[in-house]
Design a protein around this ligand. Structure first.
Ligand SMILES: Nc1ncnc2c1ncn2[C@@H]1O[C@H](COP(=O)(O)OP(=O)(O)OP(=O)(O)O)[C@@H](O)[C@H]1O
Ligand SMILES: [Mg+2]
Ligand SMILES: [Zn+2]
Length: 153
């Protein structure tokens, strides 16, 4: 891209850049991280920006924040090509591709109102990742395409 067609956004000093996110999924990534802007740290998102690899991609940059394994696990379900870049002192110090996990714990809630994970019990929701989507480890309810609608924030 020619320099006069590029928009420069401030670099972040410390935090995480989630790159190569499936186009249109950036707001769901923020939901997985439980970020709504009230936290007070810098967040910038690009949606449907051109990408050599993906055609179009979203990018999410969050200051002062690293991701937990359960957040990365759920993220991999909605953005299977994502790369997680850890930024320290303005530089990328670590880069990881997400991997489809065998199961995800926390973050998602079970759509079955009668499921024990929706009662007042100290049970953390756990889902097995299956070919059709994710399956509740307690009641076997399956969440298919609409995984992002079941992010528990
Ligand atoms: N300090 C920073 N602040 C904000 N964004 C950054 C910073 N450093 C790198 N990035 C962004 O993080 C991502 C990864 O940076 P990197 O320099 O590894 O790019 P790359 O070589 O294109 O990586 P890849 O091969 O994964 O596409 C890019 O989207 C880049 O714009
Ligand atoms: Mg790149
Ligand atoms: Zn359930």
């Amino acid at each position: 891209m020619s320099p006069d067609r590029e928009l420069r956004v401030s670099k972040i000093r410390n935090g995480t850049v989630i790159d190569h996110v499936t186009g249109g999924q950036a707001l769901n990534v923020l939901a997985i991280l439980g970020i709504d802007g009230s936290e007070g740290f810098g967040v910038s998102i690009g949606m449907n920006v051109p990408s050599d690899r993906l055609g179009r991609k979203d990018v999410v940059k969050v200051e002062e924040r690293e991701l937990s394994q359960s957040e990365v696990d759920v993220l991999s379900l909605i953005a299977p090509e994502a790369t997680i870049n850890i930024i320290r002192d303005y530089e990328v110090v670590e880069k990881n591709r997400v991997e489809r996990p065998d199961s995800v714990t926390g973050v998602l809630s079970c759509p079955n109102h009668n499921c024990i994970t929706n009662e007042d019990e100290p049970v953390r929701p756990r889902f097995d990742v299956v070919s059709e989507g994710v399956r509740c480890g307690y009641c076997s309810e399956i969440i298919r395409e609409d995984i992002a609608e079941h992010i528990d924030v």
